[in-house]
Design a protein around this ligand. Sequence first.
Ligand code: HEM
Length: 420
Amino acid sequence: MSSDESKLASSIPLGQIDVSRPELFRDDTWRPWFDRLRKEAPVHYLADSVNGPFWSVSSHKLIKEVDGNNEVFSSSSEWGGIAIADPPVAGEGEIQGQSFITMDEPQHAPQRMAVAPTVAPANLIEIEPLIRERAIDILENLPVGETFNWVQEVSIELTARMLATLFDFPYEERRKLVYWSDLATAIPEVTGDDSIDMKKRYDDLMQAAGAFYQLWMSKIGQPAGFDLISMLQNNEATASINEDPDRFLGTILLLIVGGNDTTRNSISGGVIGLNKYPDEYQKIRDNPKLIPNMVSEIIRWQTPVIHMRRTALQDYELGGKQIRKGEKVVMWYLSGNRDESVFEDADKLIVDRPNARAHVSFGFGVHRCMGNRLAELQLRVLWEEIMRRFHTVELVGDVERISNNFIRGIKNVPVRLHPI
Ligand code: HEM
């Protein structure tokens, strides 16, 4: 990172700091900004930004306080939902999309319960062999001796295969799931990219809705399966969501986005972290039993979801600051995971970190990530199989990241493989 960025972060008046600028995450220059907020103002108010005024919550403890208090801090799309950028206004050729991640109680719990069994431990035991088989197939076919992009060949491919399995979606069309997921989060306020063709985005997401509608219809009257669509159809709370286009598309997109970019970027982030800290890579070679703990540590270190937003439903005092009803409150998970009062040497990936699981990457409270066990399973199986085959997945060039303040995305990780 340039020392100019660090100087700027320490000299600019506190009230002007805007940690929502997407380029901070593209350029990986966010560290000094959050360091300063945690130190000087863990509850910080910015009066004016492209996303309007908002509070930033940056310490581990206060993030948990907000996330754990869903009666005061709403996720509902009625108040603005879960991202710092307000949802686009309906009627502007926009996709509204409603799902249980943007619902408060009592609506939220029954919807979540309808799909949760798909990714509950009992079902995961059933799908672990399939995940392993698909991971091995990818790893055995990688171009040893060439430089290639790990993101495309491994991270995206593995998650696409998993999504196709979870949805029982046509396997050969699995890359469409990746495309739709990327599209769902591609809004200018999030990416900072005004050139996105919103008309095409709308048309393509409508195509996604059409494809899933077809899949839905094809399963009616079939014996109940363990895929997500069957689960939705066989639960009273969600059996007729196909009659409400907003909720239908919203729920499907949630399950695709939830399980796609996050896992993908954790797979990519792991390779970056182990290359940055070769002593840690060696620890894993010496003791592969550390892999489950390393997985939690990678999820902490990477923090695939940078923030979640809430809206205060009533006045509330947080960390000595007065938040007013109706104000936007942003929990910066990426910063919470670098909080030195919880994680010693927080910026380092330490594969045997004793409290790696204390991370806030999955959130906390009633909306805590539903797919967290599945994500951990995919990463564990993948790393077990990587370590059986390759001494090193060597990073051989510059990492490229995406401009986005919500998903911490990585698009290029050039690597070369060194088989055992
Ligand atoms: C490393 C990977 C993942 C990370 C970091 C992650 C992160 C998150 C976060 C931060 C939340 C919101 C928590 C909150 O508001 O308190 C969430 C919710 C959710 N995630 Fe994940 N996620 C991951 C993988 C997955 C996977 C594989 C699925 C697949 C089904 C999934 C499905 C969901 C769903 C459905 C919700 C909404 C839960 C609710 O509102 O009750 N996630 N996730």
